[in-house]
Design a protein. Structure first.
Ligand code: PEP
Length: 257
């Protein structure tokens, strides 16, 4: 089975004490992950070292940065490079979250460059895509998302895209309490996989984990993650509560033994 992933996005929330407590509470649930399952903590930059230290002895638990800069190094006061993230043992980097595209004017080209820097530094990108409400209402979401994939991913090789992680996050569902129906999620995830199969091939497309993001909660995760092309979720608000996130992790597809 493809990797099934529950990824937390803490965004700009929690002090380090609160973040450590949340991580400890979650780990104390002792959720044993199967080989194909992963849990990722997307934490603020200053917490990466501490949270990595907490999770490093747990199988298939990883940390993600929520961003990196699109230049290698230099006079970019306040920015954090991919190389720096690798040097503190970061595993994944969330790239192109809609909040960054909107508030920090991140464009397709910058995101493509960030992804290249991730690969150069052995970091795994989690590439976010998804349409705003106006595009959904005009029923133009398929073309919109296809263009996001084309502009930021189509320069990559088959090898780089094998096992790659994409998060489909309809902007109208992020932090709004409004979730895409499981049917809407499945429809877009299948579309994303088809787009990747058409540009690359079936093998590459089938290997890509496509996460759903947008108001995933303990009470809807099982239904959404149960869809054929949904390989877990990128979770904001609900990842700030250990019990709720634990239920979300337990909603990932399992392989019966
Ligand atoms: C997110 O931050 O990527 C997200 C999906 O947030 P929420 O789960 O709160 O909608």
């Amino acid at each position: 089975m493809r990797k099934q992933i529950a990824a937390a996005n803490w965004k700009m929330n929690l002090t380090i004490e609160q973040g450590i407590k949340l991580t400890d509470d979650l780990l104390s649930e002792n959720i044993e992950l199967q080989d194909h399952q992963e849990v990722i903590f997307g934490v603020p930059f200053p917490y990466l070292i501490s949270i990595k230290e907490k999770i490093k002895s747990y199988k298939n638990y990883f940390v993600a940065a929520q961003n990196c800069y699109f230049q290698k190094a230099g006079a970019y006061t306040g920015e954090v490079s991919a190389e720096m993230l690798t040097s503190v043992a970061t595993d994944y980097v969330i790239i192109g979250h809609s909040e960054r595209r909107e508030y920090f004017n991140e464009n397709h080209q910058m995101l493509a460059e960030k992804i290249n820097l991730c690969f150069e530094n052995d970091l795994k990108p989690i590439f976010c895509c998804g349409e705003p409400l106006s595009i959904r209402e005009a029923n133009e979401q398929n073309g919109y998302v296809e263009n996001q994939l084309k502009e930021s991913l189509f320069h990559l090789t088959d090898k780089q895209l094998t096992g790659f992680v994409i998060a489909y996050e309809p902007i109208w569902a992020i932090g709004t309490g409004k979730t895409a129906s499981s049917a809407q999620a499945q429809e877009m995830h299948a579309h994303i996989r088809n787009v990747m199969a058409a540009k690359y091939n079936n093998e590459v497309a089938e290997s890509i984990s496509i996460l759903y993001g947008g108001s995933v909660k303990a009470n809807n995760a099982k239904e959404i993650f149960g869809e054929k092309d949904v390989d877990g979720g990128l979770v904001g608000g609900a990842s700030l509560n250990a019990a709720e996130f634990a239920t979300i992790i337990k909603s990932l597809k399992t392989i019966s033994r």
